[in-house]
Design a protein around this ligand. Sequence first.
Ligand SMILES: Cc1cc2nc3c(=O)[nH]c(=O)nc-3n(C[C@H](O)[C@H](O)[C@H](O)COP(=O)(O)OP(=O)(O)OC[C@H]3O[C@@H](n4cnc5c(N)ncnc54)[C@H](O)[C@@H]3O)c2cc1C
Length: 451
Amino acid sequence: MIYDVVVVGAGFSAIAMACNLIDALPAGASIAIVGDNPGFGRGTAYRTELHLHRLNVPAARMSLFPDRPDDFVEWLERKGKRVSGADFASRGDYGLYLRDTLAAHLRRRQCRVDFVKAKATGCVERYSGSFGFQLENGDEIAGRHVVLCLGLGNAPIPAPLEGLSVSARARVTRNPWRLSWLRRVKPQERICILGSGLTMIDQVLSLRAHGHRGPIHVLSRRGLAPLPHLRHHATPVAIDIDALPQRLSALTHTLRKAAKSGDDWRQVMDALRPQTQKLWQALPPEERARFLRHALPWWNIHRHRIAPDVFDRFQALRDAGTVSFHAGFLKAVGEADGGLTIDYRPRGRHEMMRLNVDRLVNCTGMERAGIEHSPLLQEMAGRGLIQPDPLGLGLTVDAASRVIDAAGKVQPAIYGVGALTAGRFWEITAVPDIRGQAQSVARAIAGTAPH
Ligand SMILES: Cc1cc2nc3c(=O)[nH]c(=O)nc-3n(C[C@H](O)[C@H](O)[C@H](O)COP(=O)(O)OP(=O)(O)OC[C@H]3O[C@@H](n4cnc5c(N)ncnc54)[C@H](O)[C@@H]3O)c2cc1C
């Protein structure tokens, strides 16, 4: 059969698409969701069982639907959770909310929705005007419309590991989201975490919850860690995006000045947040590239903040010396005395330094994974169906999230949703942005929204 829509992916974006398609499509329509992850809907972010893994966005902004902003808070109330709209709920609870909301949509049954647990590895255009996806298990699935919701995958460790023995390689965790690695860690082991963003914070807290008490070294290029949200609400200052300069240096100067004139810099970041897509799109390509080269680490720690009590917990570990930070560039991973050696060049210096540890954990994150991590995207690029974003931020799409092919033509039936579309939208990795995009794409497919 040919489905009306094939959604590829198994995280938040795919589930937001499924719910919005069920809302928008006429009765009798058919949808297939192809995902290689058993926890459909929970994706990387929301399948955690650890209560201390918290959302980094207040509950009041985490509804699945932009036009029903209280949906998540009402779910929390129904479940008897003592979490207000201003609080940072647990990510596990958010995963359950997604599952319940999807189940409620499926119960309405006006559409046929099939979940296919498989990895899509290739895609071809059929003469019928549909697209056929090859699945890893040898099957094929076809749809008249396609929505790619693949997330960004994990960036690889930036050093060769091929020379390591099998036992040394077993001490390297390439994907920390497979939480089973925590069970193998002994309490006093020395750990090196590569990357110092939100994933690192999660993994440090998970290690502590699993009884780990040994030293943790965090190595990242700049050694910057995420900053906390304020405990109280501070009203965002007014910022006129159209009046901001388009050169990065002048832009950051203006924003720093605005931050100094208010009570707290977060008022500037929060004022930018709903307008960041517009700001990004107004920047010339060379200024966007400059931003990625020079400003990205600072943007990340100010923009992707953590709950204040999570910050306090983490800071206490830094103050106690359990967690130590190193700013530098990983050069080589070797082995010695049954453990691993981590050679790095400290930032701004020429001589190399070495850490001797028992384990290395890759938390370099997903910021700029491009399309290299995805055999499906590489295959589609090889066929000219998609065009990689020139700055390595996923796919090239138009303003309606329709994919642009290698010849520069809009593919009217292939959409990208979520972080894959960061090249055009930049601010499209979190729920408050993806949910709006998912709704617009579903309505466009249903023909109820003008392009
Ligand atoms: C640890 C963490 C915490 C976060 N916390 C928050 C938060 O508090 N608030 C917030 O708004 N945002 C948060 N985010 C941002 C988060 O990325 C988004 O909210 C959202 O989960 C992204 O979902 P996604 O579906 O686009 O991507 P993902 O969750 O990455 O899902 C993509 C899915 O597609 C599957 N897939 C990929 N390729 C294929 C293929 N070829 N075939 C089949 N399946 C495939 C993958 O296995 C994966 O399951 C967090 C992110 C992380 C990693």
